[in-house]
Write a protein that binds this ligand. Structure first.
Ligand code: IVH
Length: 789
């Protein structure tokens, strides 16, 4: 193979340096130096070079961060210096004894007493957090990471280099200089509480197994043969010291060593402090204890280390623990207790959450008597029963949770946990989609539990945006029985509101005015505000665009809903169920009667109407359970194209076998005739077809409604009259795509105040640029009132 050109070799070196530097600023300092896109570009450039010139690939290339081929097993690694454990102290008395022991020892060994000749040797301690993760030893040779190993039995661990390389805050090359030729760095792979919860929520919504705690997650990810999986976990490495080193010097104080490690590119906890003597140690323990909940990481204690390395050597080791260090633990975050019962709580979206009623127990400093059990699947997976002894885990501010049961302690009368037959609050049916772990109350706006939350959501900024109607005020209005549904909001009188605690006349008037303004909200926002299960802002907007008015959506059968972009079976069913509920209908009618008048184009989108062919209706019908089994999409398309109307199709089907159009196997017509006769399918299809015809009669020709079809617009700078969202929605409504970056394919750039690099780029590429005023006049020309969006 030919040698890569010198230029390329140089570029690779440059990319290594840039990517390592940017990763350091991003992951270690938490202070990004360049935008993510810049990092990604350089990363891809390096990947491409490495693909084209395999000789330029190096094991420590920043591209190794994404993981590689899975391993069969981990190799054993003998640590250059054993990885020790720490003596654990669980009370301040034990801490006093630890300090006293060391103090006496140092007096004996050094003959020194303190300034006042007391027989107390005041020890300087380096105080650190005790991270709750997985201990790792990193070996650097000439500043390059060559090996990462787990602790194992302390003497021999496992080679997990590939996985550890994917941890972004592990330096692949040390920064700066002056490090020993050979350096073993010790620390803990952990995950922040925030990222832990986020990841677990994601796993849960995918129906995957969740991790019981951050430690399990860190261990499970690093002791994972497929490094690509590890690469996806947002793990971090916090260093707490040095193991073996050779071929160079290190400072003779633990604290200073940590400072050096920080300079060489490692993450060192901000909380590291020096303490002089016992009292300062206790103070540190208390201070960290107070902040424990707010720390980024789960910790189970703090570590005190004699700061002076010479004194450490004097103290030495006992068994597998250093005499010169100890961990002082906080009360545990996991505890055993008995599960007395399960209640089902109903949230805004009607989601039923099982809440464990527990025998009160101390966990992490507070008494816990309630904990979450996630959902019924999780309960079944973990086989938890009422009466069981369970492990309760509590971290940070998050709700405590039941992690598992101890079946060996199960009493004979333990009872299974089951979903309630109907909503425990309002008695409505409970809906549980096939691929959904969450069971929900279908009561919607009439369910008492959902009521408050629904009103809060309705009023919120991204929904109806009712200024001044915050959560507290909603609670007060409901408590005073001034409102029960969102329709009641519009029946409020200023005097009623002014009578509430902490409400003046002026704020009452303001609220009434804000309610008035909200009446002409855009249809998309209105639909979102209704809080229909599964309907986010995007889907709400799609529905508004497709149907063009509220009535069409209210009446739409599932067969039509399924053709809306982003609307799958679950979503369509949720919309159908919502509008089928008489109480929801009453609330909507109430809103309309009070003058709420959601703004919309009034015309269905041509693209939507055009997509509603007979073939499409048949395909949707099949998904909804019409017995078209064995008839593939291709045949349905042929049938739809051939017959065009439901009437023609059913007439031909009635004729029976032999009438199949070309390309459709025989027997299909007989099956069709049977399927149409079952469960009212013929009428349902007919009704859908009639509604499509009605929509089509109102839909404009494609070109008129989407004058910006095929164009790509970019918004930059600060707009004064419109929010970014409004401008984007308006442009999308006219058929334009709205992109985030300027390229030669951009049609127009809208430049607001203090537009920067995107404007410059547009100018350099000769892309058309307009200001906000021009955008507004263009929108008005096309009949759009962006303020109403
Ligand atoms: S020093 C020579 N410092 O705790 C002393 N360990 O029981 C060796 N750990 O699994 C450990 N935070 O990984 C030390 N600031 C800290 C620590 C810490 C967490 C872990 C360590 C080991 C265990 C020792």
């Amino acid at each position: 193979m030919s040698q890569p050109p010198h230029k390329v070799v140089q570029r690779v070196e440059e990319l290594h340096e840039l990517l390592n530097d940017w990763a350091y600023h991003y992951y270690v300092l938490d202070n990004p130096k360049v935008p993510d896109a810049e990092y990604d570009r350089a990363f891809v450039e390096l990947q491409e070079i490495e693909r084209d010139h395999s000789s330029l690939w190096q094991p420590n290339s920043p591209t190794s961060r994404v993981g590689g081929e899975p391993l069969d097993k981990f190799e054993a690694v003998v640590h250059k210096e054993p990885m020790l454990s720490l003596q654990t102290l669980t009370s301040s008395e034990q801490m006093v004894a630890f300090d006293k022991r060391l103090s006496s020892l140092f007096i004996e060994e050094t003959g020194k007493v303190d300034l006042f000749d007391n027989d107390y040797f005041e020890i300087e301690y380096c105080c650190e957090l005790k991270f709750d993760g997985l201990a790792i030893s990193l070996l650097y040779e000439d500043g390059e990471l060559v090996r990462a190993a787990t602790r194992g039995d302390g003497h021999t661990g496992e080679d997990v280099t590939r996985n550890v390389r994917t941890v972004r805050s592990v330096p692949l090359k040390l920064r700066g200089g002056g490090w020993p030729k050979l350096l073993e760095v010790r620390g803990e792979v952990c995950i922040t509480k925030h990222k832990f919860n986020k990841l677990n929520n994601e796993l849960q919504s995918q129906g995957s197994k969740v991790f019981a705690n951050p430690r399990n997650l860190a261990a499970g990810s690093i002791r994972q043969l497929d490094s690509k999986v590890a690469a996806k976990r947002p793990l971090e490495f916090n260093t707490y010291g040095v193991g073996y080193f050779d071929g160079g010097e290190l400072p003779d104080k633990q604290r200073t060593r940590l400072t050096y490690l920080g300079r060489w590119g490692f993450k060192v906890a901000d909380e590291v402090r020096l303490a002089h003597g016992l009292n300062e140690c206790i103070k540190y323990f208390d201070e960290i204890g107070d902040k424990r909940e707010k720390l980024y990481y789960d910790i189970d204690g703090v570590v005190f280390k004699v700061n002076d390395v010479e004194l450490q050597k004097t103290a030495g080791f006992r068994a597998r623990e250093p005499v010169w260090a100890a961990a002082l633990k906080y009360p545990p975050m996991e505890e055993l207790t008995v599960l007395n019962g399960v209640d089902w709580q109903v949230g805004r979206t009607g989601a039923l959450t099982p809440v464990a009623r527990l025998e009160p127990v101390h966990v992490g400093g507070v008494i816990v008597s309630n904990a979450t059990l996630h959902n019924i699947d999780e309960i079944q997976r973990l086989d938890i029963r009422i009466g069981d002894t369970v492990v309760v885990y509590r971290a940070g501010d998050v709700i405590p949770k039941v992690v598992r049961a101890l079946p060996e302690r199960r009493p004979a009368d333990a009872r299974d946990i089951a979903l309630p037959p109907s909503c425990p609050v309002c008695g409505s049916d409970i809906l549980r989609g096939d691929d959904q772990v969450v069971a929900r109350c279908t009561g919607g706006l009439i369910c008492g539990a959902q009521q408050r939350e629904a009103i809060k959501h309705f009023a919120s900024r991204r929904a109806m945006d009712i200024d001044g109607l915050g959560d507290k005020l909603v609670d007060a209005l409901v408590d005073q029985e001034l409102i029960a549904t969102v329709a009641d909001l519009y029946r409020l009188k200023a005097e009623q509101v002014a009578g509430l605690e902490r409400m003046g006349e002026k704020s009452a008037d303001n609220l009434i005015a804000a309610l008035e303004t909200s009446k002409t909200v855009g249809l998309g926002r209105f639909l979102f505000a209704l809080g229909i299960l599964q309907i986010g802002e995007e889907t709400a907007k799609n529905l508004a665009d497709c149907f063009g008015d509220l009535e069409g959506i209210r009446r739409a059968p599932l067969l039509l809903l399924l053709a809306v972009p982003d609307v799958g079976m679950e979503v369509a069913k949720a919309i159908g169920a919502f509008f089928a509920e008489a109480d929801n209908e009453a609330v909507i009618d109430g809103l309309l009667a009070e003058g709420v008048n959601p703004q919309a184009s009034g015309v269905p989108s041509a693209a939507f109407v055009n997509s509603l062919t007979l073939a499409q209706l048949l395909k949707s019908a099949k998904r909804l359970g019409m017995n078209l089994e064995g008839i593939g999409d291709k045949s349905l398309e042929t049938l739809g194209g051939h017959f065009r109307t439901v009437a023609e199709l059913s007439a031909a089907a009635a004729e029976g076998a032999g009438d199949e159009p070309k390309g459709v196997r025989s027997g299909v017509m007989t099956q069709l005739a049977r399927a149409l006769a079952e469960n009212g399918w013929q009428a349902r299809l007919q009704d859908a077809e009639d509604q499509v015809a009605a929509l089509a009669a109102r839909a404009p020709a494609q070109a008129e409604s989407r004058p910006l079809e095929g164009q790509t617009w970019v918004l930059t700078g600060t707009l004064e009259q419109l929010t970014r969202d409004q401008a984007k929605q308006a442009l999308q409504q006219l058929g334009a795509k709205v992109a985030g970056s300027v390229s030669k394919n951009t049609s127009t750039v809208v430049a607001g105040a203090s537009a920067g690099s995107k404007l410059a780029k547009a100018e350099s590429l000769g892309v058309e640029v307009c200001d906000e005023a021009a955008l507004l006049s263009m929108l008005t020309q096309h009949g759009i009132d962006p303020g109403a969006l």
